[in-house]
Design a protein around this ligand. Structure first.
Ligand SMILES: *[C@@H]1O[C@H](CO)[C@@H](O)[C@H](O)[C@H]1NC(C)=O
Ligand SMILES: *[C@@H]1O[C@H](CO)[C@@H](O)[C@H](O)[C@H]1NC(C)=O
Ligand SMILES: *[C@@H]1O[C@H](CO)[C@@H](O)[C@H](O)[C@H]1NC(C)=O
Ligand SMILES: *[C@@H]1O[C@H](CO)[C@@H](O)[C@H](O)[C@H]1NC(C)=O
Ligand SMILES: *[C@@H]1O[C@H](CO)[C@@H](O)[C@H](O)[C@H]1NC(C)=O
Ligand SMILES: *[C@@H]1O[C@H](CO)[C@@H](O)[C@H](O)[C@H]1NC(C)=O
Length: 932
């Protein structure tokens, strides 16, 4: 996500109007001026077209160099839903390109096709990213049309001759619709078509031979359709082809040899089909990228496959290839994947001497023998090395410690022996380290605890002895730790607090007591200590492990005492111990089927870590300089304490507060309308100071008293999930509001900057719902949120959210603001569709924004990615909910998955297109609690 997206566009457009407009001379014909003014009247806000300026200066309007005629109109991402304005556009007879992508249009009126079809010079039409349904319209006229983009809509039916009249068509993009039938072959003048993108539809049947007459094709993309049969053997006729993508179909047969005559073909992807036969020699002679993974290819890999020097990426994983790994590698090789085949022989050491760009290397799940070549150390860019599930022997070369860019190292299920080299501690970027199921000996080097980015550490089933390094606690980001089935001895040290999925120390020789510090592992689900020599009682503190589902203690003969009372959802296995279960018979602990869903809202303060990356703060500072240079002469008018709390009263020092906001290095956070500064008071205590964005002229002259009164009301709100103001300072044109300091920052930063487990995400969802339900609950005048987004929700702890920016709606009157309405009402991605025409902030609108926050929590994705709203992405994939969920979280257990799916349903109701279909926040809260 760019960090500059929230620069208030109103500010930019003001700048634009005042600085550039006078230079635009109006030479446009009266006809076109009139048409454009008429058009502007037919376009609802937020289209920022102002009839008092010449049309050539309007945003999205392109004129020829002399400004005498209009050549282009772009109306992108305005939530336009009514199509009636479209035929008006066709009155501009000089139009060359027209782009209405990323709106909500549901149809193209006939009038548009008939009228625009007559425009002699119209070259480009872009309707992508709308809600067009039904059949593809028949295009008549459009003699000059070169590019037609109707991708990302809901068009359906088969394509016959609708496009055949487009004699100049060079580029056709229909990706991501629901078209069926066979691949269209009547696409205008067969000598001109260059780009044919039909991916992600339901086109079936064979790849038609007729297509081969389009000899100027450079790009063919049929990915993710239902195509069957084989690739036409004379595909070599398409001699201009540069990119051929056939992935995810049901194609069969052999890879045709005529492909190698395509000297311009650089990318060939045919993965996830049923291709058979060999990988033909010579196939990579001209390619930079080849993907034939997940097919049924057999035979050996041609010896010269990897040697052509332009080659960058080869993926042949998941086939039935045998023979050995080729020894000559292209110096430009970046990605090599041969996993899950039947390759045998050694990993050729010489191959790695001169492949400096190699970043991904996967040879896992083959029959490779011999040792891990130390020569790999010269591949300094390597980020992923996966040699797991082979028959590799020998030691782990210490030189691998030079691969300091490694993020994933998987060597499990081989026959490696010797000790884990201490050099492994140099791999500072490592997040996954799996050495399990080998014969590694010696002790666990304490250097391994230098790997500060580690999320998964698996050393299970080796011959490791000695004790567990006490510094293991330093692995702050560790989520799962597997040390079972070794010879480890000594006592169990404290564990990293963030452990989530499981901690497995079973089948070792560990002795001493179970550490009471385990009680702080609030996110851990499975704790396996079975088959050790532990003694003493189960510390009472363990009942505080709020996420625990399984506590496995069997075969620790010296464990004794009474089992403390765990929550009923915890399964405790204690056979082969001296533990006594005195829990009542109707609440048996051991071996209960673990089916009941667990976890209420466990709200407890966890150890906090600040995760605001330095680069992020830097980004904010730049933004401030760019967008806010001119509103920086604070002249203070009044200041007031709001809080009744005597401690805050004694600590807050207005002078210090204003010193802090004068220094941009104190900027900690930025929401859509405000900037948060950190201020250290003379007492040493820290507060947040929020400065309201001044570009919206929030404080008209004379309104200061009224503003003070408003804030007094908000200061009295008493809800643990709502941020309440403690004090304020007003200047001529803006306001500074003081709050308690919240060290975790915003939900957005935490969710998109680190790993947040499901327990926390669920608590956050419930907490935000509680806050909103409270704010909406004032029957006479509900408090509405102007900008509800994950950036305006602060995290007191990783489970305690507070809804911020609560006062904005009462301070910034969107209708009177200098910006236009939808720029004022919230952040892109959270704005409900109806705001475009209702022009009021509503309860149902807030529910929509809350639904988007739920989707963020479920998917781990930001509200907008590459211009696509999360809501639309989720709706596009709603038939495959498992794909939507954040896999890092959903994989932790079946129970988590089913909770996530239940909450996905709630989120989808919240983001219903019709405001009436959305439940109120109270109902949403109840629904969320029922899932818990
Ligand atoms: C202006 O519009 C009128 C009526 O719509 C049309 O008859 C006339 O030819 C147009 N003039 C130009 C210069 O396009
Ligand atoms: C559709 O495909 C064309 C040709 O490859 C490409 O230029 C265009 O960006 C694509 N449109 C979208 C929305 O991706
Ligand atoms: C097809 O294109 C060729 C080359 O541009 C042109 O000579 C021919 O007239 C076109 N055919 C039609 C039907 O427009
Ligand atoms: C086909 O492509 C070639 C090479 O780019 C070009 O010279 C030729 O004019 C194209 N043919 C048509 C009909 O556009
Ligand atoms: C794929 O093709 C095979 C025959 O090659 C056929 O048996 C199978 O049903 C097809 N699968 C689908 C999903 O169309
Ligand atoms: C490749 O091209 C050569 C000459 O251009 C031709 O003789 C040969 O038959 C072609 N090979 C295939 C498989 O089409």
């Amino acid at each position: 996500m760019g960090r500059f997206e929230y620069i208030p566009t109103s500010f930019l457009s003001i700048l634009f109007i005042f600085c550039f407009c006078p230079m635009v001379l109006s030479l446009l014909s009266q006809n076109q001026t009139k048409t454009m003014i008429n058009l502007s009247k037919n376009l609802p806000p937020p289209v920022p077209w102002n009839a008092s300026y010449p049309p050539c200066s309007w945003m999205g309007v392109d004129c020829d160099p002399t400004n005498s005629s209009i050549v282009g109109i772009s109306l992108i991402r305005y939530s336009l839903s009514a199509s009636d304005f479209l035929p008006l556009v066709c009155k501009i007879q000089t139009l060359e390109h027209f782009d209405v992508s990323n709106n909500r249009l549901s149809s193209v009126p006939d009038g548009f096709i008939t009228e625009c079809g007559k425009i002699k010079g119209l070259k480009k039409l872009n309707f992508s990213g709308n809600m067009l349904g039904g059949d593809l319209p028949s295009f008549h006229g459009f003699d000059a049309l070169e590019s037609l983009d109707m991708s990302f809509n809901n068009l359906e039916g088969s394509i016959g001759i609708q496009l055949d009249g487009l004699v100049s068509l060079k580029s056709l993009n229909l990706t991501s619709n629901n078209f069926g039938g066979s691949i269209p072959t009547k696409l205008g003048n067969s000598t001109v078509l260059e780009h044919l993108v039909l991916s992600v539809n339901q086109f079936g049947g064979k790849i038609p031979d007729e297509l081969l007459s389009y000899e100027n094709l450079t790009e063919v993309d049929f990915r993710a359709n239902l195509l069957s049969g084989s690739i036409p053997s004379n595909i070599g006729k398409l001699s201009n082809l540069e990119s051929l993508v056939l992935s995810s179909n049901n194609l069969t047969g052999e890879i045709p040899a005529s492909l190698f005559n395509l000297t311009k073909l650089s990318r060939f992807e045919a993965n996830q089909n049923n291709f058979i036969g060999p990988v033909p020699p010579g196939i990579t002679n001209h390619l930079t990228s080849l993907d034939l993974s997940f097919n049924n290819l057999s035979g050996p890999i041609p010896e010269d496959l990897l040697s052509p020097s332009q080659l960058q990426a080869v993926d042949l994983s998941n086939n039935m290839l045998n023979g050995s790994v080729p020894t000559n590698f292209s110096p430009n090789l970046f990605r090599l994947r041969f996993g899950s085949n039947h390759l045998s022989g050694n990993i050729p050491p010489g191959a790695f001497a001169a492949v400096p760009n190699l970043t991904y290397l996967e040879l896992d799940n083959n029959d490779l023998t011999g040792t891990i070549p130390a020569e790999l150390e010269s591949c300094r860019k390597l980020a992923l090395l996966n040699l797991a599930q082979n028959h590799l022997t020998g030691v782990l070369p210490p030189l691998l410690g030079n691969l300091t860019n490694l993020q994933v190292l998987k060597l499990q299920m081989n026959k490696l022996n010797g000790a884990i080299p201490i050099e492994i501690g140099q791999l500072h970027k490592l997040s996954i380290l799996n050495l399990s199921w080998n014969s590694l000996g010696g002790s666990i080097p304490s250097e391994i605890t230098n790997l500060s980015s580690l999320n998964f550490l698996n050393l299970q089933s080796n011959n490791l002895s000695g004790s567990i390094p006490t510094s293991i606690e330093n692995l702050k980001f560790l989520i799962e730790l597997q040390l079972g089935e070794n010879q480890l001895s000594g006592v169990i040290p404290s564990m990293p607090w963030n452990l989530q999925a499981s901690l497995n120390l079973s089948s070792n020789h560990l002795s001493g007591n179970i550490p009471s510090s385990f009680g702080t592992l609030g996110s851990l689900e499975v704790l396996d200590l079975s088959n050790n020599k532990l003694s003493g009682p189960i510390p009472k503190e363990l009942t505080g492990m709020s996420s625990l589902t399984q506590l496995l203690l069997a075969n620790n003969a010296l464990l004794s005492g009474e089992i403390p009372k765990f929550s009923q959802h915890v399964e405790v296995v204690y056979s082969g111990t001296g533990l006594i279960n005195n829990t009542s018979p109707d609440n048996p602990i051991a071996n209960r089927p673990n089916t009941v869903s667990k976890k209420g809202i466990s709200v407890h303060v966890t150890i906090l870590i600040a995760i605001v990356a330095a680069s992020f703060v830097f980004g904010i500072v730049i933004q401030l300089v760019v967008s806010r240079k001119n509103c920086w002469q604070p002249q203070f008018i009044q200041s007031n304490l709001l809080t009744p709390n005597a401690i805050h009263k004694s600590r807050i020092h207005f002078g210090k507060a204003m010193e802090a906001v004068a220094d941009t290095s104190n900027v900690t956070l930025k929401t859509r309308f405000s900037t948060y500064y950190t201020a250290i008071m003379p007492s040493g205590s820290i507060y947040f100071i929020k400065k309201l964005d001044c570009s919206n002229k929030i404080l008209p002259l004379g309104s200061h008293d009224k503003f003070g009164k408003e804030l007094e009301v908000f200061a009295k709100l008493n809800n643990s999930n709502v941020m309440t103001p403690l004090a304020y300072v007003l200047s001529i044109d803006t306001a500074y509001i003081l709050y308690e300091y919240i060290s975790n920052g915003s939900l957005y930063d935490v969710l998109h900057g680190s790993m947040l487990d499901w327990g926390s995400r669920y608590s956050i969802a419930v907490g935000v719902a509680q806050g909103l339900s409270f704010l909406h609950g004032f029957a006479s005048s509900p408090i509405l949120l102007l900008d509800l987004s994950s950036k305006s929700i602060m995290l007191k702890s990783l489970k305690e959210p507070q809804v911020g920016d609560v006062e904005l709606y009462h301070v910034i009157n969107p209708l009177k603001s200098t910006g236009n309405f939808s720029e004022v009402v919230g952040s892109v991605g959270y704005i409900p569709p109806e705001y475009a025409y209702t022009m009021t902030v509503t309860i149902a609108g807030n529910v929509y924004s809350f639904g988007v926050i739920l989707l963020e929590l479920l998917t781990g994705e930001p509200p907008v990615t590459d211009g696509k709203e999360l809501v639309k992405w989720v709706l596009d994939h709603s038939t495959n909910p498992q794909y939507i969920l954040d896999f890092n979280v959903s994989r932790s257990s079946q129970e988590v998955r089913s909770q996530m799916l239940a909450i996905l349903k709630i989120a989808l109701v919240c983001v219903s297109t019709s405001p009436k279909a959305r439940p109120n926040m109270n109902t949403v809260l109840q629904m969320l609690l029922n899932v818990g």
